[in-house]
Design a protein around this ligand. Structure first.
Ligand code: ADP
Ligand code: MG
Length: 387
């Protein structure tokens, strides 16, 4: 209840009195399935045990007052017409959610809201989806709006697209809304079908933040997207029914890859095989084969490095160091690449050694202090009890 208590305190300080409810939504990390989402493929994220909490109380005048305890800053607006204000950029996230709720025809009253979270900001653990989903879940509960968890995820994605202006996929909001303790979430990004896959208690999901900013990421990201589209265009000459790389089975890719220029061919190969790796991962995890799953994580990294070319020396070093710790089952870069984080599957009993060794060696070789987040697969959005 620590986060809930902190946000309750923040609410009392900012607004006096008590909130009517407290909602919470987690950050996430993707175990495998990188750069597959915009190819309408598969991903396998977990919701983590770091979250954003939102404390809310209704008010009668149609005004919203929102306070972020992380920023020590607050903002005020009419719920019917939230507008961007460059002096409070973080407020775009709650405003975006309000704006989407209102424009989808839901009736919102005014409210006071305090926000506090322990998902590190901008580290690649999707604090943005956590804040969006926590705000949406809280408002929907307070005002009795009938939206299910999938609706909430989609609404939050639209908020990020249209109000914040970041063209993200659906994975982050989806797992922040629907994640489940002790489970990974196997998601089909085309039709949003999903299944839960068990993740053993014997392992921890360890995230290492390389500390390298993802500067190249957005231009390279757009270039990779375009290359995947070109691969689809060219493969359609022989496979007219395909809509995305997701539709290309391995055998057909191998038969027709000669149609693709060298670089485009490698980009497509990553996506085709990465989708296969996600499907295999689901089977292996269901069988409890963590070693087998870990090997696929390493393969995913190699493919992202050599075929998709979105790794970098620091991420490669982190994967290398991780792999030399006994008890590390798998490691790979996660997120768009060019910096950001790696995700590691580590036997619980080896986590301390992992932290010490990888942290020390990484700093010795790069001069960068390593940030390590040891995570557990956790539940998606919920209301805090006992308030
Ligand atoms: P990431 O999603 O990887 O953490 P983003 O840049 O997409 O990085 O989102 C981070 C932004 O989300 C922050 O800069 C801030 O604007 C907003 N945010 C996240 N958590 C909070 C919070 N607790 N209070 C206010 N704003 C937050
Ligand atoms: Mg984000």
């Amino acid at each position: 209840m620590e986060g809930a208590e902190l946000v309750r305190e923040a609410f009392r300080d900012a607004f006096r009195g008590e909130p009517e409810l407290i909602s919470r939504a987690p950050g996430r990390v993707n175990l495998i399935g990188e750069h597959t989402d915009y190819n309408q493929g598969f991903v396998l994220p977990v919701a983590i045990d770091r979250a954003v909490w939102v404390a809310i109380r209704g008010r009668g005048d149609g005004r919203a007052r929102v306070y972020s305890a992380n920023f020590g800053q607050w903002t005020e607006f009419d719920v019917d017409s939230p507008r961007k204000d460059p002096s409070v950029p973080w407020a775009d996230y709650p405003k975006g959610v309000v704006s989407e709720l209102v424009s989808s025809g839901h009736r919102l009253g005014g409210f006071d809201m305090a926000i506090w979270g322990d998902v590190p900001l901008g580290a690649g653990l999707s604090s943005s989806a956590a804040i969006e989903v926590a705000v949406a879940f809280g408002l929907v509960s307070l005002f009795g709006i009938a939206l299910d968890r999938t609706d909430i995820a989609l609404l939050c994605q639209r908020a990020e697209h249209r109000f914040v202006g970041v063209h993200c996929g659906i994975m982050d909001q989806f797992v922040a809304s629907l994640g489940r303790k002790g489970r990974a979430l196997f998601l089909d990004c085309r039709d949003l079908n999903y299944e839960y896959v068990p993740l053993s208690d014997d392992v921890s999901v360890v995230v290492c933040d390389s500390g390298v900013k993802r500067e190249l990421a957005s231009s390279a990201y757009n270039e990779r997207r375009a290359q995947c589209e070109e691969a689809v265009r060219r493969l359609r000459e022989v496979l007219p029914e395909i809509g995305a790389l997701r539709d290309v089975p391995r055998e057909e890719f191998e038969a027709y890859k000669y149609l693709l220029p060298e670089t485009i061919g490698r980009r497509a190969r990553h996506v085709v095989y990465e989708n296969m790796r996600v499907l295999s991962s689901v089977k292996l995890l269901r069988r409890g084969d963590l070693e087998g799953f870990g090997r696929l994580m390493y393969e995913s990294h190699r493919s992202l490095k050599e075929d998709y070319e979105v790794s970098g020396p620091e991420l490669d070093l982190l994967v290398d160091l991780a792999s030399s710790v006994e008890g590390t089952l798998g490691a790979r870069l996660t997120g768009a690449g060019f910096g950001g984080c790696t995700v590691n599957l580590v036997e619980r009993k080896a986590v301390r050694t992992f932290e010490e060794f990888v942290g020390r060696e990484y700093e010795a070789r790069t001069g960068i202090r390593l940030e390590v987040y040891v995570c557990e697969a956790s539940d998606g959005a919920r209301l805090e009890e006992g308030i």
